[in-house]
Design a binder for this molecule. Structure first.
Ligand code: PLP
Length: 430
């Protein structure tokens, strides 16, 4: 189909990027399980390698199944292009790679997925990059943290795990004024609940492992480009604005215009870093994405019910879910994610660390896993698992203190989830 702007989300999540297979008419997108693609002739091959013609060469760079997913996610996010990768963490590196160089920094929110805090505070140092973490509710602190060496601002729309919503409009006003791209991790919200590009994001990154696939089967990631950033406004982004020696001096921004970042991601990023999504993973994610809106609606409805029940329970200290009027972020939901505050929240249990561990061990329906965004309800005690590598201060800042469990609400019957929590809380706090 042609992706007319008039189509609604439910139509696009099924059709965007996909056409009946030209060779067989297959209605569902085939899994093109092929490493390489035959060139029509030597001239065709040369044109592809020169980036003069777009086509398929080798599946580290491009693959027809993965291409459908890229177009689907780009369309749902309102971007011009997307590059799929092997995981969400790969997508983060792929987003930063064209922007950063040794000595440059990213200004990042303190409220991030635990693995991202580790990636940014430890691993990227090996590339000579650094991250400055600040409270993104303190806009003056965000402004002050940006300096001449800042090449990106990074946050999550709905921050995992603490039920925090970022004021993306306020943050993008700051990054725009500083002429620095804003990267938003939209994993927890998904484009159904939040469209960061409409709030000024330059790039959107995803762990497609989570809600986009939706059933805990594969890992994957994606970088979506808004196509709106002017890479040539100054000399801060030479990978995109200056001649590229690996392509005979081609300038990505000049040659590809709004698609410069996407082409760079494929022609340099995937070619040389190799963090490629495989066609099987793209297939599973395409299957999942077809029902994204239906699942997100149920995730939100269930999360709302379960969080409200927990909040009134005497065994619970507090619940951080932005969908509850008690949340300081309740008013931001309408502005940033009007269809709901997502399916993730944290619960502080009276009885601290011990009670949390017992709760997790006594649940029947909830699975104790390091994952989120599954059809199944999941729970984890962040302080003893995903956020274990962080300092006590970092744990608190991320909303993952020792008395807190993170819950990812699935699409089961809300009453069953409440009954399960009730019986496990009884054992945990006995
Ligand atoms: C899971 C997750 C990631 C990392 O994604 P992987 O696919 O596990 O590499 C990044 N950000 C958020 C918000 C996540 O939930």
């Amino acid at each position: 189909m042609t992706d007319g702007p008039s189509y609604g989300f439910d139509t696009l999540q099924i059709h965007a990027g996909a056409r009946p297979d030209p060779a067989t008419g297959a209605r569902q997108t085939p899994i093109y399980q092929s490493t390489a693609f035959v060139f029509r002739d030597a001239d065709h091959a040369a044109a592809l390698f020169n980036l003069q013609e777009v086509g398929y060469i080798y599946s580290r760079l491009t693959n027809p199944t993965v291409a459908v997913l890229q177009e689907r996610i780009a369309t749902l996010e309102g971007g011009v292009g997307a590059v799929c990768c092997s995981s969400g963490h790969a997508a983060q590196i792929m987003a930063l790679f064209p922007l950063m160089s040794p000595g440059k920094n990213v200004v990042a929110s303190t409220r991030l997925y635990g693995g991202t805090v580790t990636q940014f505070s430890q691993t990227i140092k090996r590339f000579g990059w650094s991250a400055t973490f600040v409270d993104f509710d303190d806009l003056d602190a965000v402004k002050a943290a940006i300096n001449d060496d800042t090449r990106a601002v990074f946050c999550e729309a709905i921050a995992n795990p603490g039920g925090y919503i970022t004021d993306l409009d306020a943050i993008s006003a700051i990054s725009d004024a500083a002429e620095v791209p804003l990267i938003v991790d939209n994993t927890s919200a998904t484009p159904y609940l939040c469209r960061p590009i409409e709030h000024g994001a330059t790039l959107v990154v995803h762990s497609t492992t989570k809600y986009l696939t939706g059933n805990g089967t594969v890992t994957g990631g994606c970088v979506v480009d808004s196509g709106k950033f002017d890479w040539t406004a100054n000399d801060k982004f030479p990978s995109l604005s200056a001649p590229e020696p690996a392509y005979h001096g081609l300038k990505f921004a000049e040659t590809f215009g709004p698609l410069a970042f996407t082409f760079h991601g494929i022609a340099i990023g995937l070619r040389d870093l190799g963090m490629t999504m495989n066609p099987q993973a793209a297939h599973y994610t395409l299957m999942g994405i077809e029902t994204l809106s239906l699942r997100m609606e149920r995730h939100v409805e269930n999360a709302q019910k379960v969080a409200a029940w927990l909040e009134t329970d005497p065994r619970v200290d507090y619940v951080t879910y932005a969908g509850l009027p008690s949340s300081p972020y309740y008013d931001r939901v309408k502005k940033i994610c009007p269809r709901g505050a997502g399916g993730l929240f944290t619960v502080a249990i009276k009885g601290g660390y011990e009670a949390c561990v017992k709760l997790v061990d006594n649940l029947e329906i909830f699975s104790h896993v390091a994952n989120l965004g599954d059809t199944r309800s999941l729970i984890i005690h962040s302080a003893s698992t995903t956020h274990r590598q962080l300092s006590a201060e970092q744990q608190e800042a991320a909303g993952a203190g020792p008395n807190v469990v993170r819950i990812s609400i699935g699409i089961e019957d809300a009453d069953d989830l409440i009954a399960d929590l009730d019986q496990a809380l009884a054992k945990a706090t006995a």
